[in-house]
Design a protein around this ligand. Structure first.
Ligand SMILES: [Zn+2]
Ligand SMILES: [Zn+2]
Length: 184
């Protein structure tokens, strides 16, 4: 993912006791991101809406991220629009735990001045909610494998032609019959 600049929330003097919580929301103004080889554009950045809770041995961050995304259709290469609405959850421990294995879902550590950086969890949530297969519409017709035209916008006779060719080809068990000349 195109790196999100750190979004540091300083908790100095806040969330001092277990059970206390603090809502934090905002917007990350980045033009886009990438997942593997795929690039995605953001129409209006990434919005996040989270609650930070003092959970005793750390700060639990949970909430939602939302974004309007424009990718490229995997079938026809046209722009494909979709919405991301992903859940975000991250645990920031106050101290390095003695038994790190106990935290199956992983954890981060609270930084200097009791700060937490929301950038990583926000980026992860957006990537998690970005579909693996991106389509411009569920029934996208794709590109013609022969001539490459976009079958959503154009029609070609490649499919018909292929069928005709097959009828005439040797692979067609009935082709031989067609060449039979019956004596008149
Ligand atoms: Zn498409
Ligand atoms: Zn074609």
């Amino acid at each position: 993912m195109a790196l999100i600049d750190p979004i540091v929330v300083e908790l100095e003097g806040r969330l001092e006791s277990p059970g206390e919580s603090l809502p934090v929301s905002g917007k990350v103004d980045i033009p886009g991101y990438a997942v593997g080889e795929k690039e995605f554009q953001l129409e209006d950045g990434i919005s996040y809406d989270v609650v930070l809770t003092n959970a005793g041995d750390g700060i639990l961050v949970s909430g939602l991220v939302r974004a309007h995304v424009i990718g490229t259709c995997d079938r026809c290469l046209d722009p494909a629009h979709f919405d991301v609405a992903g859940e975000l959850e991250e645990y920031f421990l106050f101290h390095e735990p003695e038994d790190a294995e106990a935290y199956e879902d992983g954890f981060e550590l609270v930084g200097e001045n009791r700060s937490v950086d929301l950038a990583g969890p926000i980026a992860d949530a957006v990537i998690m909610d970005t579909p693996f297969v991106v389509l411009c519409r569920p029934d996208c017709a794709g590109l013609c494998p022969v001539c490459g035209c976009n079958l959503n916008h154009e029609q070609c006779d490649c499919a018909e032609q292929a069928e005709e060719d097959w009828v005439q080809s040797d692979e067609n068990p009935f082709a031989a019959l067609k060449n039979l000349k019956l004596d008149e």
